[in-house]
Design a protein around this ligand. Structure first.
Ligand code: ADP
Ligand code: NI
Length: 213
């Protein structure tokens, strides 16, 4: 494996120690692995995709709000690795485009960015996606469900960020929107299967919530 990629894995392993919000090292490594597979299928530049995947959350607004604007953590790491300035800029450009921001979400403008965004979004779906949503909800003191609080759809970046909605609402506010936002056909077909699994979960959750058996 590329030496810089290896160094980036070591960097994110120590960076995410002690995270309980679902933005942890294992999330980063799943995104890395999915993004690598998509990059090979799409003939994207592997090193760019892998480094952007590994660093995509180190300056995330929820993880490190003071470094988000300038991507200070990602830039500091990349500059220590003797990479070309153009490579660093491409990776940082991808990082600014990846995150879900409600209706303010953007579609990356390079194939490398499209692969990383799809990989990040796929990890919010399926069984792991369900687990991450409840882990995030717990870490952020959200209730699991409240039938009196309806989901808000079509939120702006700011509304999405400020929202104090329930974890079950998050399925309607973000997770069930992701399938149709996938960029590559490979990711879209993985997303279809994962979404179906989650829809079954939500149906069963509400069934039990209402006291049925
Ligand atoms: P991204 O990786 O696109 O930046 P987020 O930071 O929005 O995505 O989300 C990271 C993880 O936290 C995802 O699994 C997501 O479902 C979960 N999450 C984010 N916001 C909420 C929320 N309001 N309630 C429950 N889970 C959430
Ligand atoms: Ni992520």
């Amino acid at each position: 494996m590329d030496l810089v990629v290896n160094n980036a894995i070591d960097y994110v392993r120590s960076f995410f120690e002690g995270d309980f919000t679902g933005h942890d090292f294992s999330h980063t490594m799943r995104v890395f692995s999915l993004a690598t597979k998509l990059a090979k299928i799409e003939n994207a530049q592997l090193q760019i995709v892998q480094l952007a995947a590994l660093l995509h959350d180190v300056d995330d607004r929820k993880v490190s709000p003071h470094t988000t604007e300038e991507l200070i953590n990602a830039r500091t790491f990349l500059k220590s690795q003797n990479l070309d300035e153009s490579v660093i800029e491409h990776i940082c450009h991808i990082i600014t485009q990846v995150s879900f921001k409600g209706k303010d979400s953007v579609t990356p403008d390079t194939i490398e960015g499209l692969c990383v965004q799809d990989a990040d979004r796929l990890d919010a779906l399926g069984a792991v996606g369900i687990a991450r949503a409840f882990a995030y909800g717990g870490a952020n003191h959200r209730v699991m469900y409240d039938p009196l609080v309806p989901p808000a759809v079509n939120m702006s970046e700011e509304e999405y960020f400020q929202s104090k909605s329930t974890t079950l609402n998050h399925f309607y506010e973000k997770l069930f929107l992701l399938k149709d936002m996938m960029n590559t056909s490979t990711a879209r077909s993985i997303a279809e299967e994962r979404e179906e699994y989650m829809k079954g979960f939500v149906e069963r959750f509400l069934f039990e919530w209402e006291g049925k058996f």
